[in-house]
Write a protein that binds this ligand. Structure first.
Ligand code: MD3
Ligand code: FE
Length: 211
């Protein structure tokens, strides 16, 4: 793994390592994600209210995040195929260990695909049983403008997330409001067909329930 220099975000619990993954690591990781697509195709979930997300999603690992008319939850199978999700790539498990040191290891990796025009509104991630566990995010492909603010509201800050950037959300930032305002189309040639892929590693099941 290439040098990983952490920058100061000025926000407690929001850790950021720009360019943490080398070009070859990014290409290798992308190849694994695209291979997994054969088993767990990207699909467009709908909100509990029935609105389709502009982001396409799939998951890797024992549990995957899904949203439908029934609500948000983690489940062991792809909602379209009924098959188990493919495994979390080794590189991501190593990255989680090296950067967060958190135990137990992640049991869920949500894969978000942003084609041109896709975005994600401000929200909080609160569907995980273990809210003390960090979330680790890896960006691939086109850069995006990421917005983050305190859980209780107030001002937000924006950060540009580019291919190979990694961030972690821990402690007070774990419940931060955050979203993707826009993807900068054409800023990377990594993803075939264009766009951005974000991988988020999480601990979804209780720590007592080892996977
Ligand atoms: C801040 N994904 O999947 S990753 C999501 O780029 C999500 O696809 C965005 O928000 C994306 O829920 C942002 C960075 C991120 C991930 C999890 C967080 C930021 C977070 C959890 C808490 C606070
Ligand atoms: Fe989120």
């Amino acid at each position: 793994m290439s040098a990983r220099l952490e920058i100061d975000t000025g926000m407690e619990g929001f850790r950021f390592w720009p360019g943490a993954l080398s070009a070859s690591e990014q290409a290798g990781l992308l190849a694994e994600v695209l291979a997994a697509e054969a088993v767990a195709p990207f699909y467009r979930p709908v909100t509990p209210g029935g609105r389709p997300f502009s982001v396409r999603m799939t998951s890797l690992g024992p549990l995957g995040w899904v949203s439908d008319r029934g609500g948000y939850r983690y489940q062991a199978t792809h909602p379209g195929t009924g098959e188990a999700w493919p495994p979390i790539p080794r590189l991501l498990l190593d990255l989680w260990r090296d950067l967060t040191g958190a135990e137990p290891p992640p049991d869920a990796c949500l894969v978000n695909l942003y084609r041109e025009g896709a975005k994600m509104g401000l929200h909080q991630d609160r569907d995980e049983a273990e809210m003390t566990a960090p979330v680790l995010s890896v960006s691939l492909g086109d850069a995006a403008m990421f917005r983050i603010g305190a859980a209780g509201g107030g001002p937000t800050k924006t950060f540009r997330l580019a291919s190979g950037d990694v961030c972690a959300l821990t402690g007070p930032a774990r419940l931060a409001r955050h979203g993707i305002d826009r993807v900068i189309a054409g800023s990377s040639t990594l993803v075939p067909g264009g766009g951005r892929i974000n991988l988020t590693l999480r601990r979804a099941a209780p720590a007592s329930q080892q996977t």
